[in-house]
Write a protein that binds this ligand. Structure first.
Ligand code: NAD
Length: 312
């Protein structure tokens, strides 16, 4: 009896203490250090796990490093983070351009652009490099995990983890099961989600899952209202923010997401679900054509200074 009690205490202690000498996920790779890749890296490293962040070339890698530094510095200025948080996060992120660096990782999260062929080519490449047990995660917002997973041999170990922007501040993640995802993969990824401070919501694969499918028509409608001259962009956002107690208005949200990404989601949802509410409005097409992609390029619906603060 006494022995059993001691064993239980040992177990409890080990589950609360060190995060390196247990059999849970400890090494995570992220492919793509754009808006989402940086946010996921900050979150995962912030929870004490080691991260390898892979970009396509050295220039992109350097600019991602500079952007993440600026994001965290802004949080430090707001007293939301400390300098030692920043130091701890950066000490756990390894910045890489060589995909072979991910070979020992237990979880690999792809966060490259919403392009089916690109995602498949990356998974095919990683399938040859990664440990056979490694779980492959996609952050896709609209694409079919079943189709992506069928391109590689480890289909049962492929799952979607749909993080939302800004990742460190959103306490939820959608876990998207494909037709081939095994229960074991779901369980492991659920544990990983909780470990990095996110409440997992399970969803079967369907275009747009829950969150993208719901937010895209709202953004589209807000843009239509702006096009029809009903109100200014600022007032549309203020009405929805204060009226419904939203943290962000749909227009500033679209700018933060990246208008190119939002347009791709609209196009995919319109093509797959056929509903007119997803048909991209002409304004988003024009802004994307002009490379006014929102916060990341300094202009979208609103304008931004070099620190990403809204200036109109
Ligand atoms: P992004 O364009 O900001 O970043 C993508 C990054 O991937 C770029 O820096 C690019 O250089 C890099 N990349 C491309 N090919 C690569 C390769 N072979 N190896 C390494 N890096 C490579 O895109 P994002 O907004 O971060 O979106 C990424 C994914 O997350 C998309 O699937 C998107 O649908 C999804 N998503 C985005 C948001 C959002 O709000 N932006 C929210 C949820 C999900």
């Amino acid at each position: 009896m006494q022995e059993e009690k001691l064993r239980l205490e040992d177990l409890l202690e080990s589950s609360q203490s060190s995060n390196v000498d247990d059999d849970r996920i400890n090494n995570v790779a992220i492919i793509g250090a754009g808006i989402m890749g940086q946010g996921i890296a900050q979150t995962v490293a912030g929870m004490g796990l080691e991260v390898i962040l892979v970009e396509i070339d050295a220039d992109k890698l350097e600019s991602a490093k500079a952007q993440l530094t600026e994001t965290i510095d802004r949080e430090i200025k707001r007293w939301a983070m400390t300098k030692s948080d920043k130091k701890a996060i950066f000490s756990r992120i390894k910045w890489e351009t060589d995909p072979n660096a991910v070979k020992d990782c237990e979880i690999i999260i792809e966060a490259v652009q919403e392009d089916f062929d690109l995602k498949v080519s990356i998974f095919k490449q990683l399938d040859k490099i990664a440990n056979a047990e490694a779980i492959f995660i996609s952050n896709t917002s609209t694409l079919s995990l079943t189709k992506i997973s069928e391109s590689i041999s480890r289909s049962s170990k492929v799952i979607g983890m749909h993080f939302l922007n800004p990742v460190p501040k959103i306490p939820m993640v959608e876990l998207v099961k494909s037709l081939h995802t095994s229960n074991e993969t779901v369980l492991k990824v659920k544990e990983f989600a909780s470990r990095i401070g996110k409440t997992p919501v399970e969803v079967y694969e369907y275009p747009g899952f829950i969150t993208t499918r719901a937010i895209v028509p709202l953004i589209n409608e807000a843009m239509h209202m702006l096009l029809e001259g009903i109100a200014t962009a600022k007032d549309i956002d203020t009405a929805l923010k204060l009226g419904y107690n939203f943290q962000y208005g749909p227009l500033e949200m679209a700018d933060a997401m990246g208008l190119d990404e939002v347009l791709t989601w609209m196009e995919t949802l319109y093509k797959t679900l056929g509903e007119p509410r997803y048909r991209p409005n002409p304004m988003i097409r024009k802004l994307v054509r002009e490379r006014k992609l929102g916060k990341k390029t300094g202009e979208g619906i609103f304008k931004y200074d070099e620190h990403g603060n809204k200036i109109n």
